[in-house]
Design a protein around this ligand. Structure first.
Ligand code: ZN
Ligand code: ZN
Ligand code: ZN
Length: 466
């Protein structure tokens, strides 16, 4: 098999190498990241050995909140969309308990099951639907349409569903502000509704289908490209406004104002490390002598996806973004991401609440709720799951004896990442998290960390090294 060669890689090689070798970001950039987030007393420092690192500027006690990190880009797993209806921007659950349950049962009735789309590499938990009890359409419909209210569901209010500005039936929101923010930052180019800014909605549909059929990691990657294009256009419009004397010449050659593209690319440039096909872990069922073939197939798959995306949202001024090398680095950024998007389900809370009621009330409530719980089966508790990139958290270095960890508290009900102190951390100490299961033995830890491109030399590894 011939490896894919991307014409854009050759045509824009100079610009691509500048985009991929972005100079270290300035301190102001990280200061802005810190001030925009819920965190007190953190500083990103650049040092020679590990590159970036996050340091405490205050003392933290055990269990203290260190950081709530807002994602730069994220997307719900395609297969998870049947289970959970969440805001496409902030990822909190929307609608109502009734809608969440009714919609899921309705989609399952149509034969759209989350099981079929399970992505083994994405860490999804697949559950069997064989033991579920099917409910009739007439039982599900009133739930979906809000005509049937479940007992005590008023204790679990969710924000009402807001539709996409572009009119697609794919993206829904918790508020107008989330709908607008998503539209401005990502969705206007990727919407398949009538109001989309994509020049080719057919191609967009094909791109999404390809991602759903192969690997949904392409969806957040497309969001990175669309958001960079949208940022570039905004910067360019602002520049035109700042220079009112100059005529806006419509440029027949679509010439790129490269410094603006570099500026638009800046938030991404802190995230990528390695190309997807170079860093993806070899699946267990692939023999190590077939490794080169496997990596080439992955590269070809990325190329296929990129060509579909290019047909859908290509912008000549941002042409270098459609290079396979760039795409590989963007996907690699998500592949090497050590923190998933997870939001706990209010449907789980609801059924646990019913289960905890005093027996007479419970008995009464279960007259209505039991059949739905039976129909949901074990899936009643499925959380919202996806892929995301968290810019501050990604600056935290790994340690096999970390002093902090990602942990969602009861109140953390959206797509933000929460980092808590595992033990007291004193001022000027580096904040570390574990990228892997730190309970594994030395050799296995080092093997997993090799995918991230480094050998761990944390105090524990130094001690345990043979
Ligand atoms: Zn929202
Ligand atoms: Zn839309
Ligand atoms: Zn270590």
């Amino acid at each position: 098999m011939e490896a894919s060669t991307c014409p854009i890689d050759a045509q824009f090689s100079d610009k691509i190498s500048i985009l991929l070798s972005s100079p270290p970001l300035p301190q102001e950039y990280f200061e802005k990241l810190v001030t925009e987030r819920e965190c007190n007393g953190l500083k990103v420092k650049l040092d020679g050995e590990h590159g970036k690192g996050v340091y405490s500027e205050v003392d933290f006690r055990e269990d203290d909140l260190i950081l709530k990190d807002r994602m730069l880009v994220g997307a719900q797993h395609s297969s998870n969309k049947v289970n959970c209806m969440v805001c496409s921007f902030c990822f909190q659950f929307i609608g109502s308990i009734e809608l969440q349950i009714g919609r899921k049962l309705y989609l399952e009735e149509l034969g759209i099951s989350a099981d079929g789309g399970c992505d083994s590499s994405g860490g999804m938990e697949c559950s069997s639907s064989s033991e579920k009890i099917r409910l009739s359409h007439d039982t599900i419909q009133p739930l979906m349409e809000g005509r049937l209210q479940l007992p005590y569901s008023e204790n679990f209010p969710l924000p009402p569903v807001v539709s996409c500005i572009g009119g697609c039936k794919e993206a829904y929101y918790c508020s107008q502000s989330c709908a607008q923010a998503d539209w401005d930052s990502f969705h206007s180019l990727l919407c398949i509704g009538a109001g989309s800014s994509s020049p080719n909605r057919e191609a967009l549909l094909e791109f999404v289908k390809h991602a759903d059929d192969t690997n949904d990691i392409f969806i957040p990657a497309a969001k990175v490209i669309s958001s960079t294009i949208l940022r570039y256009r905004k910067l360019k419009a602002a520049r035109v406004e700042q220079q009112p004397g100059k005529h806006v010449v419509s440029d027949p050659h679509n010439s790129c104002i490269f410094p603006l593209l570099l500026e638009a690319w800046k938030p991404v440039s802190m995230g990528f490390k390695r190309r997807w096909w170079d860093c993806i872990a070899l699946p267990d069922d692939v023999d190590s002598c077939d490794e080169a073939d496997f990596r080439m197939q992955i590269k070809d798959l990325a190329f296929e996806s990129l060509q579909l995306l290019k047909q859908a949202i290509y912008d000549g001024e941002c042409a270098p973004l459609f290079s396979l090398d760039i795409y590989g680095h963007i996907i690699g950024m998500f592949e090497l991401n050590n923190l998933d998007l997870v939001v706990a389900s209010p449907v789980e809370d609801y059924f646990l609440y019913i289960d905890d009621l005093p027996s007479s009330q419970k008995k009464e409530a279960e007259k209505t709720t039991k059949s739905f719980l039976d129909a949901l089966g074990e899936d009643y508790s499925v959380s919202c799951q996806g892929t995301a990139f968290f810019p501050m958290q990604s600056c935290m270095n790994h340690s096999c004896i970390p002093n902090a960890k990602a942990f969602k508290r009861e109140e953390d009900r959206d797509g933000q990442a929460t980092i808590l102190a595992l033990r007291p951390i004193s001022k000027d100490e580096e904040i570390t998290i574990s990228y892997i299961d730190e309970n594994l033995p030395y050799e296995e830890r080092q093997l997993l960390l090799a995918d991230y491109g480094f050998t761990c030399k944390c105090p524990r590894c130094v001690e345990e090294a043979p």
